[in-house]
Ligand binder design. Structure first.
Ligand SMILES: Nc1nc2c(ncn2[C@@H]2O[C@H](COP(=O)(O)OP(=O)(O)O)[C@@H](O)[C@H]2O)c(=O)[nH]1
Ligand SMILES: Nc1ncnc2c1ncn2[C@@H]1O[C@H](COP(=O)(O)OP(=O)(O)O)[C@@H](O)[C@H]1O
Length: 193
């Protein structure tokens, strides 16, 4: 049985601005974001429970064994997954949720929710490199991210919306409008976008 509700799925290369845009849209449209679980070590700029719930591999595997994840993937030796119960709780409260995930994860979510919107956020290679340097990612992490750049970009035309993110304010404004159309809501009067 698919989950009754709407899932806005943000996907795109690392450093393209998925988290920044998902967060802005969530605040403007009052849509909560579901936090993934990962075994990847926490970076200094991250806060446990915000970007991810950081867990050990043993804990992840226990949760996976108990069937807790709606989807779980392994990437570059790390596990990532989203808990079904977390989605159910958010849908009960808000009717919609936001998730940031890989193309593979999007395909699974599309089968698991009654209504999904896939939003592809992108920028050129040099720009995503520059942004990752500025946000303090180490060279190894940036290299790891870039090894997926082309493969992720190939998913662009399979998404419902694909949006280049250069000027943040105008990207957020355009995206807010297109999501409001999808959700069938009037443009939010207080929206600064
Ligand atoms: N399928 C799936 N993908 C995820 C999940 N959580 C994160 N991802 C994606 O997996 C990739 C993880 O990359 P990572 O190197 O850890 O960089 P991050 O984007 O800075 O966290 C990113 O593209 C995420 O959007 C999840 O729960 N499921
Ligand atoms: N349009 C933009 N212009 C300049 N910087 C941006 C823009 N969008 C996002 N950023 C910055 O670039 C970095 C990467 O954005 P983030 O949302 O973390 O990307 P992702 O989740 O796709 O890895 C962050 O430091 C963010 O503040």
């Amino acid at each position: 049985m698919p989950l009754e509700g709407r899932a806005l799925l943000f996907v795109g290369p690392d450093g393209s601005g998925r988290f920044t845009l998902a967060n802005a849209i969530g605040v403007t449209l009052h849509i909560p974001m579901v936090t993934s679980y990962t075994t990847r070590p926490k970076l200094p700029r991250e806060t446990d429970g915000k970007e991810y719930n950081f867990v050990t591999e043993d804990t992840f595997k226990e949760m996976q064994g108990a069937g807790e994840f709606i989807e779980a993937v392994q990437m570059d030796g790390f596990y990532y997954g989203i808990r079904k119960q977390d989605c159910q709780d958010l849908l009960e409260k808000a009717g919609s949720l936001i998730a940031i995930l890989s193309p593979e994860g999007c395909e699974i979510f599309k089968r698991e929710f009654t209504k999904t919107l896939t939003i592809f956020v992108y920028a050129d290679r040099d720009t995503v490199i520059q942004r990752q340097i500025e946000r303090g990612d180490d060279p190894e992490t940036i290299k790891r991210h870039l090894s997926h750049y082309e493969e992720i970009m190939a998913y662009k035309d399979k998404c419902d919306i694909s949006i280049p993110n250069y000027d943040l304010a105008s990207t957020a404004q355009e995206l807010t409008k297109r999501i409001e159309e999808f959700l069938g809501i009037e443009h939010h009067p207080d929206s600064k976008y």
